[in-house]
Ligand binder design. Structure first.
Ligand code: SF4
Length: 469
């Protein structure tokens, strides 16, 4: 595997405003291809059962995702599927339902003869569950899905509701990855987004994680939030560096009040956009790479030696609904309300309505609500988009070897479209008819991938997608 193209953070600061404006369009984040808006409601429980049975026959290793939807209060910028409640007793009933779902799906997926190489809990807030319930649910998973030695077992936590007892239970249960939101330490931003989380709270939580022996600590930041400024975010970066996280994820705030009405509270004039927002992101890239972090994909950072960094160097990086990961070639099973599953030839999303999801699971059914079967063309394009997102290249010889097609003929139309990207310095052509992304192309990789997306209508408005800047 060839090493990835070189990345020079200084190149980002040289992008002209005019070019930035042209590339600042609505576009998918490509955590899947085809992207979720393409999936349909006609994919139901029978399809899900068939996908699980095909998965059982294939026997590929498994990734598991468990969704815990509850949060105590709503962070106004939030784009996740959440249930806001202070009724803690709802957690017990929910875990009982997930345990029912585990039993049913493990049986259909032939889990006893397979290994789970990745387990991820997200939300919502997994630490909305009390410590004993967290241990119990992970035990239930292990009972029905054999978890491989050395598997990545990760959990997202909200520092505002995570106690030392939680962290000790997380360590005892066998989690070895922990991820927590910071977003921005600026008190004015925190007030505005309704997420007040002092630095000291996060610092103490990370210290407990280290004491509990958690191998990897990730923090999430969000750029483009209302009231965010370059100077304020610079201070946030300084504070983050003192915490020495193993990984940092930087998410672009997606202002989509037509999908997330709570965001209507933000005054548009306070939201940094375009060059102002991009400058905040560039500062983050410059300061983290200066501090020795590797820039992974287009929005993650990891210390050298971290498995994400190694995966980037060896070509093993992969992209799924959790972002960039090292576990390629797995079938992903989603557990819990609104969770998503991904198979070789199918995607499935479970019911987003907690009541409907619970009723289906209680009755022994499969809570599939949406999804799609992938055509051969979808699978080929998914392969290419994965390659561009994770290995920063369109490599015809490698694509031909994996898929059996002639990529230069198959993608002739898409390749016709790369001349403007080349002229804008986003990519350079390589011998054999392929191309490699430049440093600025790495940041605008979503725009490059859109060339290979057969489901995008180039003339349509795309209000369901966030902007690429
Ligand atoms: S804690 Fe996380 S999931 Fe819950 S509302 Fe806030 S951002 Fe959203």
């Amino acid at each position: 595997m060839r090493p990835p193209p070189a990345f020079d953070p200084a190149e980002l600061g040289r992008i002209p405003a005019e070019l930035l404006a042209r590339y600042d369009v609505a576009g998918p984040r490509y955590t899947s291809y085809p992207t979720a808006p393409i999936w349909t409601d006609s994919f139901g429980a029978d399809d899900y059962e068939r996908a699980l049975s095909k998965s059982a026959a294939d026997g590929r290793p498994l990734s598991l995702y468990v969704h815990i939807p509850f949060c105590e209060s709503l962070c106004v910028y939030c784009g996740c599927s959440v249930v806001i409640t202070k009724q803690r007793e709802r957690a017990t009933a929910y875990v009982e339902h997930v345990e029912r779902e585990i039993v049913r799906i493990a049986e259909l997926a032939g889990a006893a003869g397979r290994e789970a190489v990745q387990v991820a809990w997200g939300g919502g807030t997994p630490t909305y569950l009390p410590p004993d319930l967290i241990e119990r649910l992970l035990d239930s998973i292990r009972t029905h899905f054999p978890v491989a030695d050395g598997a990545e077992v990760g959990i997202e936590v909200d520092p505002r509701v995570t106690t030392r007892e939680h962290v000790e239970a997380i360590g005892r249960a066998g989690f070895n990855r922990i991820s927590m939101g910071i977003q921005d330490f600026d008190p004015a931003v925190q007030e505005e987004i309704h997420r007040v989380q002092p630095y000291e709270l996060t610092r103490d939580l990370i210290a407990w994680c280290r004491e509990a022996g958690l191998a990897s600590v990730n923090v999430d930041l969000v750029y483009g939030l209302p009231l965010q400024t370059l100077a304020g975010f610079d201070d946030t970066i300084t504070q983050v560096l003192t915490l020495e996280p193993d990984r940092v994820s930087a998410f672009s705030y997606a202002h989509v009040p037509w999908l997330k009405p709570a965001q209507s509270k933000f005054r548009p004039a306070t939201i940094p956009v375009g060059p102002e927002k991009f400058a905040i992101f560039v500062r983050l890239v410059e300061r983290l790479t200066d501090a020795g972090y590797d820039f992974i994909g287009y929005d993650h950072f990891a210390r050298p030696g971290n498995e994400l960094s190694e995966a980037q160097q060896t070509g093993a990086l992969w992209r799924n609904f959790q972002g960039f990961t090292t576990k390629s070639g797995t079938d992903l099973i989603g557990l819990g309300v609104t969770s998503i599953g991904s198979f070789d030839d199918a995607f499935v999303q479970c019911d987003k309505d907690l009541g409907a999801w619970s009723a289906t699971v209680r009755d022994g059914g499969l809570p599939a609500k949406r999804g799609m079967w992938l055509s051969d063309d979808d699978r080929i394009r998914r392969d290419v988009i994965q390659d561009v997102m994770c290995r920063y290249r369109f490599d015809p010889a490698a694509i031909a070897a994996r898929t059996g097609i002639d990529p230069l003929t198959y993608f002739a139309d898409a390749l016709d479209g790369i001349a403007p990207l080349e002229a804008d310095g986003m990519l350079v052509r390589e011998p054999g008819g392929g191309f490699a992304l430049t440093s600025r192309g790495r940041v605008f990789v979503r725009n490059v991938c859109m060339l290979f997306d057969a489901h995008l209508d180039p003339d349509a408005e795309r209000p369901v997608f966030s902007r690429t800047v």
